[in-house]
Design a binder for this molecule. Structure first.
Ligand code: ARG
Length: 457
């Protein structure tokens, strides 16, 4: 007989490579604390329902608690011989309290056990993610509040389009993060459900109490279907999907920062604390962190695609394929939390070059819409106004003049409707201030947005 925990029906030992390839202890030990919590709730339920005697339960509880303490003190070693975290802990328990440890697995399977651990793991991590997102949102609000009147070029097609407030730009990212947060909050609902007691796939003949274990573990709900309970990984897929969208947002933001700290733009300067140097070029100050965050977006998408593909075509209920759900998820947690923390630090220490930003809105014809709007207000149909200003822009390009610097006589050659009162409207800060439609970049609108945002966090 094989000496495996499940070895009864086996006549030949497994190949060494099988043990190594099949083992998950190398990574699922990250869920050791959750596994112990799950076992404690389970054994207490076995006592409460009379499935185990209170003496047995007391012994098992004491054993599990001693492992908890040693785990916290870093004194527990795991071994590949015991395949995964569940069998490692059961084997340690057996070493400590003897054969009574074998009663712990009554009315339980590793299938509902691993699902429980994984749910508990994410149920703890999702609020951590939400918290670090909130911290980044707070940093954005502070930077926005200090930059309501900072004028920068707004872009479409990466071409100067219309001047905007830098605070307005920042608050766009606040909104993206707000949606990210809402997605994680929803994700938490689907994570906060207990699979424990689904057993291998079909439930059990023992008179267990699934609501008791759910409550002990702090779960808000219990899976209604045992097949679904052991094979559902939607909550992890949602987590990876939410993380992918979050990283996509950070990556777009990173791309802009990396452009805007470049010599060509010089809109922003990152603090030395968030940049690195070059091993050969002494002058270099590289925005490595934004590049890495942009780069790591790819691996998070990869984890999402990986799990979606693993799940595709899986028959009900548990299959060993499901063991592949963990590494990508753990790596995602390990990636997005520091990425968000670093981003927050960068935003808190960011230097904004207001002059560079503003000057680049003064020689780019990004006030052309102002002139067209001016003519439209004077009664010229907007399409005609557009054509008039197009010609004036061409004239400006040919004679090296900005619209706001053109003599009135030249402007009038475009349209007699243009008077001297046009000049203040052609200034970029006036252009921003006057875009006071709801959600627009007008200073008053941006202030309002910030007030609303403050109430959201
Ligand atoms: N290590 C396994 C996993 O992560 C635990 C569940 C094993 N269950 C089984 N029937 N082999 O999925």
């Amino acid at each position: 007989m094989s000496d495996k925990l499940w070895g009864g029906r086996f006549q030949v030992e497994t190949d060494a490579l099988v043990d190594q390839f099949g083992a998950s202890i190398g990574f699922d030990q990250l869920m050791a604390a959750e596994d112990l919590e799950g076992s404690l709730a389970h054994v207490k339920m076995l006592g409460k329902t009379g499935i185990l005697s209170s003496a047995d339960v007391a012994e098992i509880v004491a054993g599990l608690q001693s492992i908890q303490q040693d785990l916290a003190a870093g004194k527990i070693d795991f071994t590949v011989d015991n395949e995964d975290i569940h069998m490692n802990i059961e084997s340690i328990l057996t070493d400590r309290i003897g054969p009574v440890a074998g009663k712990l697995h009554t009315a339980r399977s590793r299938n509902d056990q691993v699902a429980t651990d994984f749910h508990l793991y994410l149920k703890k991590r999702i609020p951590m993610v939400i918290e670090v997102i909130t911290n980044l949102q707070k940093a954005l609000i502070t930077l926005a509040e200090n930059n309501i009147k900072t004028i920068m070029p707004g872009y479409t097609h990466l071409q100067h389009a219309q001047p905007i407030s830098y605070a307005h730009y920042l608050m766009a990212y606040f909104q993206m993060l707000q949606r990210d947060k809402e997605r994680f909050e929803f994700n938490l609902k689907h994570t906060d459900i207990s699979p424990l007691g689904a057993t291998a796939l079909a439930g059990t003949t023992f008179p267990i109490d699934r609501h008791f274990t759910a409550e002990k573990l702090g779960f808000n709900d219990v899976y209604a279907n045992s097949l679904d309970a052991v094979s559902d990984r939607d909550f992890a897929i949602e987590f990876l999907s939410n993380s992918s969208i979050l990283m996509m947002h950070l990556s777009r933001f990173s791309e802009e920062i990396s452009m805007w700290v470049s010599h060509e733009f010089q809109y922003l300067e990152l603090s030395d604390g968030y940049t690195t140097g070059s091993s050969i070029m002494p002058q270099k100050k590289n925005p490595d962190m934004v590049e890495l965050i942009r780069g790591k977006t790819g691996r998070i998408y990869g984890h999402l695609l990986g799990l979606l593909t693993t799940m595709k075509g899986l028959p009900l209920a548990y299959n060993k394929d499901l063991q592949e759900d963990k590494e990508g998820t753990f790596d995602t947690v390990k990636t997005i939390i520091p990425a968000l923390k670093i981003f927050t630090g960068m935003i808190k220490t960011l230097k904004v070059n207001e002059t560079k930003m503003k000057t680049s809105t003064e020689n780019d014809y990004s006030n052309a819409t102002e002139l067209a709007d001016y003519l439209a207000v004077k009664g010229l149909p907007f399409r005609q106004a557009h054509a008039v200003v197009g010609k004036l822009v061409l004239h400006g390009i040919q004679t090296h003049q900005n619209l706001q610097d053109m003599p009135l006589s030249e402007l009038k050659a475009g349209s007699e409707l243009i008077e001297a009162d046009v000049y203040p409207e052609l200034q970029s800060d006036t252009a921003v201030a006057r875009r006071n439609s709801f959600g627009g970049t007008g200073f008053e609108q941006v202030k309002q947005q910030i007030e609303i945002a403050k109430k959201l966090i």
